[in-house]
Write a protein that binds this ligand. Sequence first.
Ligand SMILES: C[S@@+](CC[C@H](N)C(=O)[O-])C[C@H]1O[C@@H](n2cnc3c(N)ncnc32)[C@H](O)[C@@H]1O
Length: 278
Amino acid sequence: MVENNAAAFPATYPIAAMPNARAKAKEMKQPNYAAYARFYDYFELAGCSESEELNIFLDEFFELNGVKTVLDFACGTGAQAVGLARSGYQVTAADLSAEMLKLARDKATDLPVTFVKADMRTAKLGSHDAAICIFNAIGHLTREECRAFFAHARGHLNPQGIFVTDIFNYKAMTGKAFAQYRRMRREAIIDGLLVQHVRNCTLLKDSRQLRIESLTRAQDGTHKPEEIKDDWQMQLYESEELYDMLKSAGFSEINFFGSVGCDFDSETTESILAVCQK
Ligand SMILES: C[S@@+](CC[C@H](N)C(=O)[O-])C[C@H]1O[C@@H](n2cnc3c(N)ncnc32)[C@H](O)[C@@H]1O
């Protein structure tokens, strides 16, 4: 039964059939995190519950800079917040999605994390030694919102506080880096369900956005499969633009790395990890 259903799953999802495929919105359209949350770690974190390599980089960097308190502006299921709390930081972790926060909370039992359901664009979340906004979360903001967010994030930092964020590198995406994102098809057994996830990505050169259409189908082999259809856009940046935005927000000591702290090349490195200081 399960095998038959699996065979019927499309290799790619037809664009014209997507809901709201042509809709225009002032805000960036987001994936349905409420429905997708329980599958997030499997398909977005490669089956892990934390971003271990990045967390090691952050820990080393924070330790060198005397950081004790960290604000995570878009914690999702806790990929950074939980690991950092385990390393001894006092973490405040915010997210817009109650469902993502619930999963993060479940991972953080007995760890020093304060979870808050909050919008990173407007929330007032105190003063911290460091603030992070990781895994393309700033891509959910329009350019204007992102500029304002950087200044807002800076306002949450103690003197000399550190800000770390990341985003796909638009320049690299116009080259070879994009090939691996064009089509994606994955499946996993999650809570006894066969879950399949297919994704088509299109690079929108006019707006420098990545359009992501996906279908996630969960089936137990007996009942009608549950389907989550998403069609959303992520704002990308090249390092020069990101540098200007961070500088305009008042940050100094702006440095770029590859995704887990490797060397950065502005033309070819797939993801920009920006580290800067108040
Ligand atoms: C790609 S996930 C990244 C989560 C986590 N940092 C990680 O590395 O897995 C993006 C997260 O941003 C959150 N988000 C989107 N817009 C937001 C906003 N305006 N304020 C707070 N969180 C937001 C989403 O709910 C989602 O959990």
